[in-house]
Ligand binder design. Structure first.
Ligand code: SIN
Length: 214
């Protein structure tokens, strides 16, 4: 991965997002992502996925490898208007939240730049892409690549809630991509396959299964 990539670094860009003078940016991020980060001069780009991008790779890729990103934790704090909910009744999906001591396991894909046309459309509901460093889980080093993050100033952001509250919310949400619970359960299974323990995700999964018996 070259160091000649353009666009803001991951952390500085997230900070910028928080400090933006306009209170809310549009929840459709397609244009913004294309303009901030032209990628066509690159042969390939690594993409780090930590949510549905782990278990649903509906795009061509050259190779994929489990990876970990440091300084961030996965949280179901982003609203979904277009996949697991609707604008009137948003679902809850994963985003990354800054947390100095934490890290987050996911799946990295090496893709050609044209694939971002599809990815930007898929992640358009509030997610902006940033370059960041991530570490290979097999201990073979690290690379720089892109990750989609939905920051707290996007219109679809829902923010913090307890895992039990999130489970209730997820149990009642459905969108064009299917039930919100399917997103959570597939992610939990995919994390188990990666031998990754994510207490936030697993606590929501437990609370969701409790609801079935209520
Ligand atoms: C990701 O998976 O990396 C982003 C969030 C999502 O699409 O679920």
């Amino acid at each position: 991965m070259s160091s000649g990539m353009s666009g803001p670094s991951f952390k500085s860009a997230v900070r910028l997002l928080k400090e933006e003078t306009t209170p809310y940016m549009s929840h459709n991020t397609i244009l913004e992502n294309q303009q901030r980060q032209p990628l066509n001069h690159l042969d390939s780009v690594w993409l780090f996925g930590y949510g549905s991008l782990i278990y649903k790779a509906d795009f061509p890729y050259l190779q994929r490898k489990p990876a970990r990103i440091h300084g961030w934790q996965r949280r179901f704090w982003q609203g979904s208007h277009d996949h697991r909910g609707t604008p009137e009744s948003p679902g809850r999906v994963a985003t990354l939240i800054e947390a100095e001591q934490e890290s987050c396991v996911g799946m990295a894909y090496e893709v050609t730049p044209d694939v971002f046309e599809h990815l930007d459309h898929r992640e358009k509901n509030g997610y902006l892409r940033f370059f960041s460093e991530f570490e290979w889980l097999d201990g073979s080093g690290s690379t720089e690549g892109l990750v989609y993050v939905a920051g707290p100033t996007n219109e679809a952001y829902l923010g913090e809630a307890t895992e039990v509250e999130i489970a209730h919310h997820i149990a009642g949400s459905v969108g064009p991509s299917g039930p919100n619970s399917e997103y959570l359960l597939k992610l939990a299974n995919a994390l188990r396959e990666l031998n990754a323990h994510d207490e936030h995700v697993f606590a929501i999964e437990r609370a969701l299964s409790q609801l079935e018996f209520e």
